[in-house]
Design a protein around this ligand. Structure first.
Ligand code: ZN
Length: 336
């Protein structure tokens, strides 16, 4: 059983980077991505044959669909819930003839930028964003953390498909706090507020999303604006099972600067996040502007991570690499 589950996970791991290249296309068209099957190698065909003939008993991980608590109504965030060590997983038998799993399929990674009042090249209206969630839910998708995809431990119920939600550039439309009855709560029209509301109505959808933030960009892109609430917002994301990713210090195109600046852009962003959320591991990185020279840039990033991660021996770190053919929000192209 364990060997079979490991096999399933390996199959899933192969598709990750294929999907990442689809993400920008999805963003640019402001619609859901089209899904293209990953190339099938002879070894993968062999695995497919095994899957067709095997029966499987899956023991759900106790950390999967975690009963994330209802959103806090105050800026003081409760600790992230930890699965009870006494939880005993219940064994279920999956009938492949009914659920038709495709372990070699691709996983959509939605890449949002601005959430606002209208659709535009880099903007999704909050109404349509809410509609995207509904469409994904009705199509059988369930959110998973990006880190789980990278770590090859995707866990969704049998018969459902994983989807990853990501947000770049930490703009107010993604997360704004407003006062309500004397308490600070997410604006119901910002992405986090919409995610909260949708999750309350559809608990099995999960509330996983990854926010690639800019600690030192010009306002309002400096950690979603609202300087006085930066810590509360990052605490809120972590407490609700969402992820904080590094998008450089102020959206610097890393292909345009030398190694020292690359290190500074990555390292200082981590420093700020660590100051606001002590102990949070920033293991996800998204390149800003997706400019030219992806090979050179990737080497610079990997070298920088090796030297800036204190106590790190230089082991490989997850790197989110997106399509290098288009740049992002030009307003954030700046030097300081
Ligand atoms: Zn960006």
């Amino acid at each position: 059983m364990l060997a079979r589950r490991s096999l399933l996970r390996r199959g899933a791991a192969r598709v990750v980077f294929v999907v990442i290249s689809l993400a920008l296309t999805a963003c640019q068209s402001a619609s859901l991505p089209s899904f293209t099957a990953a190339p099938i190698t002879p070894s993968m065909k062999s695995e497919q044959q095994s899957l067709k003939t095997a029966s499987l008993t899956i023991v759900p991980s106790p950390v999967a669909p975690s009963p994330t608590p209802a959103p806090s109504t105050t800026p003081t965030v409760a600790p992230t819930p930890v699965p009870s060590p006494t939880t005993k997983p219940t064994a279920i038998v999956v009938d492949f003839s009914k659920v038709h799993p495709n372990e070699l399929g691709v996983i959509p990674i939605m890449e949002y930028h601005l959430i606002g009042d209208a659709d535009a090249r880099w903007s999704r209206s909050w109404q349509h964003f809410r509609g995207d969630l509904e469409r994904l839910y009705q199509a059988g998708y369930r959110t998973v953390p990006l880190q789980d995809v990278i770590d090859d431990r995707i866990d969704v119920p049998a018969g459902y498909s994983p989807v990853v939600l990501t947000f770049d550039d930490s703009s107010p439309g993604q997360f704004t706090l407003v006062e309500q009855n004397g308490k600070l709560v997410p604006d119901p029209h910002c992405a986090v507020g919409i995610l909260d509301a949708f999750y309350r109505e559809h608990r099995d959808f999960g509330e996983h999303a990854t926010f690639f933030v800019l600690p030192a960009a010009d306002p309002p892109h400096n950690l979603f604006g609202q300087d006085q609430y930066q810590k509360q917002k990052l605490d809120y994301l972590v407490a609700h099972g969402m992820e904080i990713g590094n998008h450089t210090y102020w959206h610097q195109n890393l292909s345009e600067v030398g190694d020292a600046e690359v290190k500074r852009q990555i390292g200082q962003a981590v420093q700020v996040i660590d100051t606001l959320v002590p102990g949070y591991d920033v293991d996800l990185f998204a390149l800003p502007q997706s400019g030219a020279g992806p090979v050179t840039r990737s080497r610079r990033v990997r070298r920088a991570r090796t030297t800036t991660d204190s106590g790190d021996s230089g082991a490989a770190q997850p790197l989110v690499q997106r399509d290098g053919s288009q740049s992002e929000l030009p307003a954030l192209r700046q030097r300081r």
